[in-house]
Design a protein around this ligand. Structure first.
Ligand SMILES: Nc1nc2c(c(=O)[nH]1)N[C@H]1C(S)=C(S)[C@@H](COP(=O)(O)O)O[C@H]1N2
Ligand SMILES: [Mo]
Length: 519
């Protein structure tokens, strides 16, 4: 009996594995989204706001393979259940596969962005073909598994290699093979369709980014003045980095404009470009956190693009929409108040890396990424502030989100024990588009409330939109200490000590690090 249950469960699981594999293969052939990915994307999109942000940041980029795995394993587990139940309720398996096809089809269709050239029907093809094949696989496996039934009275133990058992094992192996082969082939087809790396390599720019900036502080453990692309934090809602084909990519400027524009990548390259050092921060960055980076962005001025399209009066919101449907919106005046907001295609001297929005993204100094920095940009829509709420707004995040003044201690790390004597204390500070004016540090004995503030030396200001490194030398004597830091922005406003969590519009408070000095 146990063997039978095991066999039924295995049949169901393999049948579902065939369904998933074939669905990937069809997706690879048609350029559609694989159902497992689509379901994962929808789980992120429809999770309550707090849960989605939790998943996206705490598990970070690393959790995405985990989410894909979780969806896959749950589907396989459903297969096991279907296989087992099928025995007593012969219609259950069929119903299960119809349900799988429906969920997969709905998910892929919903996850196919309206802007893509993919027709929704084609997107649903994979789940439907996969489920049909899965259903047939389950029937075959069950038939093979029951060849030896009913057991004759001189009960033949199931452990013997009866014809049915052999047939079952053969079929099971074949099913596993079909599933794995089609999965691998499907993934490969999807990967080959558009080669982002090859396209990036074909692009070279004349930029200042290959030279190291002068006036940078260099100290082990201190964040570099310019964050290398590979170390730049990454946050987005997509499970699979969108792969954009330069040949077919278009940026459309739509909505409340006199002249809607459609711009190709070559058009963009032909326009006058600017290179700007801008610090980008995620709203969910905790005090002292690392969801912040500073890069040299190369691109076309947003103001210039919008002038070409001629914004109608009353268009109070600019919405960036990505190829995968993500949106971020900010006030129109931000594009015209002099800060160098841009459609960027270069990052630190290279084409934008795939994970950071290849081929183009918005970068807006002074605003958190979730309201401004749309990656894989496909459309800039002019609308009103009231008419549209972008992706994170209904999920409980503030609609207006200027970057708050923050400073971080990189060295020494919290909890460290250092030797008495000269100890460098260093870190970075940023203040949106307001610039960092001064930076102060204080070191107090653990348990004491106060200590004098000491002014730090700052790295050169690369722009008012960029972070600055800071450093002080401290004459350390044995004891337990708390180091605190606060920045003053270019307008003279001191960073608040009031601690606030990241939601709804960015964390505040001073970064504190406890250290011990021991001989
Ligand atoms: N298409 C798209 N663009 C996006 C996002 C996204 O989920 N999808 N996330 C935004 C958020 S919340 C942030 S903080 C920045 C992060 O940019 P980075 O990953 O290049 O650091 O991208 C923004 N642009
Ligand atoms: Mo973010």
């Amino acid at each position: 009996m146990r063997t039978r249950t095991f066999q039924n469960g295995l049949s169901g699981m393999l049948a579902v594995a065939v369904a998933l594999g074939l669905a990937e293969l069809v997706a690879g052939l048609t350029g559609a989204i694989a159902p497992v990915i689509a379901v994962g994307d929808l789980l992120i999109d429809y999770a309550p706001g707090w849960a989605a942000h939790l998943v996206i940041d705490t598990l970070g980029t690393r959790d995405k393979p985990a989410l894909i795995l979780a969806v896959t394993l749950s589907t396989l587990a459903a297969g096991v259940a279907m296989g087992v139940i099928e025995r007593s309720r012969p219609r259950a398996g069929q119903a299960g596969f119809i349900a799988l096809a429906a969920v997969g089809a709905i998910a892929t269709v919903m996850d196919t962005p309206v802007s893509s050239d993919q027709t929704p029907v084609l997107a649903a093809l994979g789940p439907i073909i996969g489920a049909a094949a899965g259903w047939q696989t389950m029937r075959l496996l069950h038939r093979a598994g029951t060849l030896d039934e009913p057991p004759p009275t001189d009960a033949q133990p199931m452990t013997q290699r009866t014809p049915g058992r052999r047939a079952f094992i053969g079929l099971a192996a074949a099913a596993a093979g079909v599933s794995a082969t089609s999965l691998v082939a499907g993934r490969r087809l999807a990967g080959e369709a558009v080669d982002v790396e090859a396209q990036r390599e074909s692009l070279t720019f004349e930029t200042a980014a290959r030279t190291t900036p002068t006036g940078a502080l260099d100290l082990g453990g201190l964040s570099p003045l310019i964050t290398p692309n590979d170390d730049f934090y990454r946050i987005d809602t997509t499970l699979i980095t969108p792969r954009v084909d330069l040949k077919t990519w278009r940026l459309r400027i739509t909505g409340m404009v006199e002249r809607p524009l459609t711009i190709s990548f070559d058009d963009l390259l032909a326009m006058p470009s600017n290179e700007e050092v801008i610090t980008l921060s995620c709203v969910s960055n905790e005090v002292g956190g690392d969801l912040v980076g500073n890069a040299r962005w190369l691109g076309v001025s947003l103001a210039e693009l919008l002038k070409q399209a001629s914004v109608k009066s009353g268009a109070t919101q600019i919405v960036g929409r990505s190829v995968d449907g993500f949106t971020a919106g900010f006030p129109t005046e931000v594009a015209f108040d002099g800060r160098p907001a841009m459609v960027a295609y270069g990052m630190n001297g290279e084409a934008l890396p795939g994970p950071h929005g290849f081929p183009a993204r918005l970068v807006v100094p002074g605003l958190y990424g979730y309201v401004s920095a749309t990656k894989w940009l496909a459309e800039i829509e002019l609308t009103t502030w009231e008419a549209f709420d972008a992706y994170w707004i209904p999920r409980g995040w503030a609609k207006r989100a200027p970057i708050k003044t923050q400073s971080r201690i990189d060295v020494p790390r919290k909890g460290r024990t250092v030797k008495p004597g000269r100890v460098p204390i260093a870190g970075v500070a940023w203040a949106g588009d307001r610039g960092v004016g001064t930076l102060e540090v204080r070191v107090r004995h653990d348990g004491e409330a106060d200590a004098p503030w000491q002014t730090a030396r700052l790295s050169e200001s690369l722009s008012t939109n960029a972070w600055r490194q800071w450093i002080v030398e401290w004459e350390a004597e044995p004891g337990d200490y708390i180091i605190e830091v606060r920045a003053t922005d270019g307008r003279g406003d001191v960073q608040t000590s009031k601690a606030q969590r990241p939601d709804p519009d960015g964390a505040t408070g001073w970064h504190r690090v406890n250290i011990r000095v021991r001989a």
